[in-house]
Write a protein that binds this ligand. Structure first.
Ligand code: GCO
Length: 452
């Protein structure tokens, strides 16, 4: 397999997120996000890590974007921190924040790198959370105010937009399980947040297209390939419920299919938050859909998980030895299966893999990081993307999660996903073996070179 098998228009890039890389959490007028507040709460983040400095991208963006150029990376996905633009979520605009992202965008363009902008990657302004956050329907207006400012500021140079990153992750972990910011838990928070996030995804997309009809607007969804622990009816039914929540809940309304209310009884209560006319505002014809997938999960019936009555069987309990540092099974066909599942939906827009990658325990030896496992993970998954593409799946791009090691939410800095190693004491960057491989793969003359 070589790169020209994908065609010259296939998009190759790297993905990042503001909170995970920027640091400068209270610099140049930035307000506090729910993650700034949540990370300081005892016991929420492994080993008490926080992202006040992270990879210091706020100060090192030029160095990092130049490094992307050296590695022949043509597309860079990053997100905007709402609290740099509107420190209190609404109202007074922080010009310093706009100036920062203008510098990032201009540095990308100067280096011949195409910026892909995610408007919301989980870092809600705390001031809005104090008013209910995603559970308050006023967020539709708050989000509109924020998006309009970003369109005005960046729309003249940004061609590719993603409205949201993985709504089921930030709504599920933040408003049902309480494991992520803002740490709320229970159906009474989860259900309104589901509906308001869906309405905002559509409203954000409409705003961009109204102002810049030629912009290409997408939004991203996580997808877990699920298998039942056995073919016993109770496990098959558990898988159906888990699939409805993990994989269908946000994707299907966007595609015009409505919420999968029939699959999980608790979802029927969504109706309490759906106002007349809303059904016309939860679907949108996106220019592309971002698919973010990493592994396969096995599901079993469980009385321990209310409403869904299902839980994930850890790989080691399944006798799986080949896992990443996140304890995710390494199973490359999962990305092929996820692509085929997405393609099976009628009127599915073109698909872009906006995140795929792996965390391993990287070691620096003589100023080198030999991460052969990550290189193999990427190669094997890219090979599976090609397999799906050659079977007719309209997949048009692949972004590695992620460029530099960064703050992995509740796991802190332990899981290292980067193509580039970061020493968080010194901020020194070292390109790992996987980063060097990706650079060769993307180099001009790799169009005929074989996968190493
Ligand atoms: C997500 C987020 C990323 C994660 C990455 C690794 O998909 O959870 O978009 O912020 O860091 O997926 O877990």
């Amino acid at each position: 397999m070589n790169r020209d098998s994908f065609g010259k228009d296939f998009v190759w890039g790297v993905s990042t997120a503001a909170y995970q890389i920027e640091g400068a959490y209270d610099v140049d007028g930035k307000g506090l996000s729910i993650w700034d507040v949540f990370s300081k709460k005892k016991g929420k983040i492994r080993n008490g890590h926080h992202a006040e400095l992270a990879c210091d991208f706020y100060n090192r963006y030029e160095e990092d974007i130049r490094l992307m150029k050296q590695l022949n990376i043509p597309h860079f996905r990053f997100s905007i921190a709402w609290t740099r633009i509107l420190p209190k979520g609404v109202g007074e605009v922080n010009q310093e924040g706009i100036n920062f992202y203008n510098r990032v965008i201009d540095q990308c363009l100067q280096q011949g790198i195409t910026p892909w902008l995610t408007l919301y990657h989980w870092d809600l302004p705390q001031a809005l959370e104090d008013k209910g956050g995603w559970t308050n329907r006023s967020i539709l207006d708050w989000f509109e105010e924020y998006v309009r400012i970003c369109i005005d500021a960046f729309g003249d140079r940004v061609q590719y937009w993603m409205v949201m990153n993985e709504p089921v992750a930030f709504v599920g972990a933040g408003y049902f399980f309480g494991k992520h910011a803002p740490g709320r838990w229970g159906l009474r928070y989860f259900l309104p947040a589901v509906h308001h996030a869906t309405l905002c995804m559509v409203r954000g997309a409409k705003l961009i297209k109204e102002r810049y009809p030629r912009a290409l607007v997408g939004t991203t969804f996580s997808h877990s390939v699920l298998e039942p622990i056995s073919l016993k009816t109770r496990h098959i039914n558990a898988l159906r419920r888990a699939d409805a929540i993990m994989n269908r809940l946000f994707l299907e309304p966007i595609l015009g299919m409505g919420y999968p209310i029939d699959a999980v009884k608790a979802l029927k209560n969504l109706k309490k938050y759906i106002l007349p006319g809303d059904e016309d505002h939860i679907s949108f014809d996106f220019d592309f859909i971002g698919l973010q997938t990493y592994t396969r999960e096995v599901v079993q019936f469980s009385m321990l998980m209310p409403y869904v009555w299902a839980n994930i069987v850890e790989p080691r309990r399944r006798g799986v030895k080949h896992t990443t540092a996140m304890d995710w099974e390494i199973y490359p066909p999962s990305i092929y299966e996820a692509l085929k599942r997405f393609q099976s939906y009628p009127n599915m827009p073109p698909i872009i893999i906006t995140e795929n990658g792996a965390a391993f325990k990287d070691e620096v030896v003589n100023d080198q990081v030999v991460d052969a496992e990550r290189t193999k993970y990427l190669q094997d998954h890219i090979e599976q993307v090609l397999r799906a593409k050659e079977e007719g799946v309209d997949v048009r791009g692949y972004f590695v999660w992620t460029f530099t090691d960064n703050f992995e939410w509740a796991e802190g800095y332990h899981p290292r996903f980067g193509l580039v190693h970061v020493d968080f004491e010194t901020q020194k960057r070292i390109v790992k073996g996987s980063g060097k491989w990706y650079g060769e793969w993307l180099s001009r003359d790799s169009l005929s070179s074989q996968m190493v």
